[in-house]
Ligand binder design. Structure first.
Ligand SMILES: [Zn+2]
Length: 177
């Protein structure tokens, strides 16, 4: 799971990107394991392990069960990584990103824009008209802005995002089978 780029990227947003944290997560993924066991097998201080586990917990990426040890009367915490949640969080992010890009694309395709040759501020038709096609900042005459290039960049971004997410879904599917 940690080999999947989008997953790794997201985990490193939640916890700081370093070797220790990677070891802790690697130990937790696909295991039901206590914080002590993680500390033991990674050789990382228990406080550091707990700090990372709670960060994951706060981001809904890990859960724990609390049990009382009958001999010592101490509580043990058995942790699991939430595979389903990270996948649904990443799907949600993807949907949001695509719909934002599509809104921008729609606005570029359905409006005309005017640009100030001096300071390169851009205005839509309504604002340009309101200002009699003069820049509201510097009064320079506005030029019509050819946004074909901008549109092609947005389309490329949408395509790239979709294919990145398709790859991600394939990798996830392969994990499950
Ligand atoms: Zn201007």
């Amino acid at each position: 799971m940690l080999k999947i780029p989008l997953i790794k990227e997201y985990l490193f947003e939640v916890v700081e990107k370093n070797e220790e944290n990677l070891k802790i997560i690697d130990c937790l993924i696909n295991n039901k394991i206590t914080d002590e066991k993680i500390a033991e097998s990674t050789n990382i201080k228990i406080n550091t392990v707990r700090k990372i586990l709670y960060k994951l917990y706060d981001s809904h990426l890990a859960t724990y069960e609390r049990n009382k040890d009958k001999e010592t009367n101490w509580f043990t915490y058995t942790w699991t990584f939430d595979n389903e949640n990270i996948v649904s969080e990443l799907s949600f992010r993807h949907e949001t990103k695509i719909s934002k890009l599509e809104d921008i694309l729609e606005s570029e395709e359905n409006n005309s824009f005017y640009i100030c040759p001096k300071d390169e501020n851009r205005f839509d038709f309504a604002v340009a008209l309101q200002n009699k096609f003069k820049c509201p900042n510097c009064s320079t005459e506005l030029n019509w802005h050819d946004n074909e290039y901008r549109i092609s960049i947005i389309k490329e971004k949408i395509d790239a995002s979709i294919s990145e997410f398709n790859d991600f879904e394939k990798l996830i599917k392969n994990l499950k089978t």
